[in-house]
Structures are given as structure tokens and as C-alpha cells.
Design a binder for this molecule. Structure first.
Ligand SMILES: [Zn+2]
Length: 326
């Protein structure tokens, strides 16, 4: 890991994000792994996350998302402002990220899809964990339009994960899960049921000062469901988080999150109406003062060293064009 000195990093950051620039980088994480996983090279492991958090604590002013969103609008962001977010509600957020957030005294928002808590599994994990468990050999994937494929080394499994994820992403959720279960069953294996937090872990994160944000119940792509279903997903998730933590969630993240593809401006209005103060998409960029507070862009830091991480944070300041759904 290449280290850079904290004062130098801070100087660079504050030169690019001075007070009054009103640029807000919002980082998006999902899982954190205890060890690097060759099948998921883009998912940070805990040592890498620690390095990024150390840099954030030393060179940035990390703020709670709702406060930063309000300050962005009013023109009152401090220099080097940034936010940390985690999507979906993974158990490793509690086990591995929370101790680091506490160590570095960093605020964060964890967006929880409440329907997956207590033993659920997101479809992307079903795909990864299925492919991990497949025996070496040929496999027939004609049912999802991928024909016959050869599964062998890590590289072939990584390609298969990418292709399968793409092929099943927009399938009916039940069909998607059934397909993965059957595939895994054929390989003589069972899929893990301990990837997501349970209720007590969500409560523990909230009690530790982490904001728990809304992310719907079943994680549907909102643009693909009826308006009444979308509203119920947003409202029920808000109520479930409120009863779980004792605090209404302040911020929301759209499942999948691509403007116009996964959600529209009518969903942003629903989120506003449900009482949230701000919402984030997965449009890649840094929010600027003209950003819609209910469609703030984010980005995923994939850099392997602290120096590369700072360089990416600096580079992203140029990606501040307004990106919103119609
Ligand atoms: Zn998600």
C-alpha cells in the first residue's frame, strides 16, 4: 500500500474542493470482505477500506449525508466535504466497516433493503456464490440465453458471473432466485444465508450513530413496477426502518439507481413525499450546487492505494455535470 502524508493529501484536496466550490463527492460502497476475493476483485477488503477511511479522516471533512445535502443547496459546504454510503445492508458493514467508521470517527449512511434482513440474499450474491460452487466442466445455461459454457479457472468464473448477472438482472425476482438455487443445487451445494444483517445489527449500527437510509423492501427496479408498488416499497421500507431503529430514515437510495433506466423523476417525487430529506442515485459523478437533492450522483472508489484513491477523488471534481431522471 502506497502511503501519502496526510498534510499533503489535505492540501491537494482542499485546493480542489475549497470552501465555496460546492462540490460534494459521495462514495458508494456495498460489501467489505475480510480477505480479497478473486471472484470479486472490485469489492474492497477490510485493509483497503481502512486505508481509504484513514485518508478520508485525514484529508476530508466527512459529513452525514443529509447535512451535506442541505449545505450543498445553501452554498455552505466546508472545504473538502465528502460523504460515505453503503448500499443494501450487508452483515460485513456491521462486522467490518462499523469498527473502522468508529476508529476514524466517520459518519456514514447505510441504505437497507429491509426484505433481505435476517437471512435473505441479493440476486447478485446468488450469482457469485453459485458460480463459486460450480464444479469444473460444461454447464448448460440455455434457459437464460447463455448456451453451454465451460466453467474452470477463476478467469472463466469471473466472466460467467458478469454474463449471468447481466442475463438475470431484469428477470422476475422469483424466477431469478429459483434459477440460481437450482443451479447451485445441481452443483451439490447450498447458498449462504448469512450475508445480510439481522435486525439487531441494524439497530446496533443506528445506535452507534450510523444513519440507516431507505432502499425499499424487495429492492425492485422502480421503473419496472407499477407506481402503487413503488410507493408501497418506499413507504413500507421507511416504516420498517423507523420501527427497527426508533428513528425515521433521512436519506434514500434508488435500487440499481441509474436515472431514467432504473427510476424516473416521479419516483424522486415519491421519495420526497415519503418525508426523506435527500436521495442518491448511481449516476457516476460529484454533486454540485445545481444537483437535484433527490438525485445526487455517487461513485465507487476502486483504487488499490491511498495515493490512487486521493488522485481519483481529485479527478472526480471535474465530473460534476447535473445528471437527473426526466
Ligand atoms: Zn442496492
Amino acid at each position: 500500500m502506497i502511503r501519502i502524508s496526510r498534510p499533503i493529501a489535505r492540501w491537494f484536496v482542499q485546493a480542489r474542493y475549497p470552501s465555496g466550490t460546492n462540490l460534494l463527492p459521495i462514495l458508494m460502497y456495498h460489501r467489505v470482505l475480510s480477505q480479497p476475493d478473486p471472484l470479486q476483485p472490485d469489492v474492497p477488503h477490510v485493509a483497503l477500506l481502512a486505508e481509504q477511511f484513514r485518508t478520508l479522516a485525514g484529508a476530508f471533512n466527512v459529513l452525514p449525508l443529509h447535512e451535506a445535502a442541505a449545505a450543498l443547496q445553501s452554498g455552505g459546504l466546508p472545504p473538502g466535504a465528502a460523504c460515505i454510503t453503503f448500499d443494501d445492508g450487508y452483515r460485513d458493514n456491521h462486522d467490518l466497516a462499523l469498527p473502522l467508521l468508529r476508529e476514524f470517527r466517520l459518519p456514514a449512511t447505510v441504505f437497507v433493503a429491509t426484505g433481505y434482513l435476517n437471512g435473505g440474499r441479493m440476486f447478485n450474491d446468488s450469482v457469485v456464490e453459485t458460480v463459486r460452487r460450480l464444479d469444473t466442466g460444461e454447464i448448460d445455461l440455455s434457459r437464460v440465453g447463455l448456451g453451454k459454457r465451460l466453467v474452470s479457472d477463476i478467469a472463466s468464473r469471473r466472466v460467467l458471473i458478469a454474463d449471468l448477472t447481466k442475463a438475470v438482472k431484469y428477470l422476475d425476482p422469483e424466477e431469478r432466485d429459483r434459477f440460481c438455487e437450482e443451479l447451485c443445487h445441481k452443483a451439490g451445494s447450498r447458498l449462504p444465508v448469512d450475508l445480510m444483517m439481522d435486525d439487531s445489527q441494524v439497530k446496533a449500527m443506528s445506535d452507534a450513530g450510523i444513519d440507516i437510509g431507505g432502499h425499499t423492501v424487495q429492492h425492485p427496479i422502480l421503473a419496472r413496477v407499477e407506481d402503487a408498488v413503488a410507493w408501497r416499497e418506499i413507504e413500507t421500507n421507511r416504516d420498517e426502518i423507523t420501527s427497527l431503529t426508533g428513528r425515521p430514515p433521512l436519506c434514500f437510495a434508488y435500487p440499481n439507481g441509474k436515472p431514467n433506466i432504473d427510476y424516473s423523476s416521479s419516483h424522486a417525487r415519491m421519495v420526497h413525499k415519503a418525508g426523506f430529506l435527500a436521495a442518491v442515485s448511481t449516476a457516476v459523478g460529484v454533486a454540485s450546487q445545481d444537483a437535484d437533492p433527490f438525485q445526487l450522483p455517487r461513485f465507487m472508489p476502486r483504487e488499490r492505494s491511498a495515493a490512487q484513491f486521493v488522485a481519483r477523488m481529485l479527478r472526480m471534481s471535474a465530473h460534476n455535470r447535473r445528471q437527473v431522471a426526466d
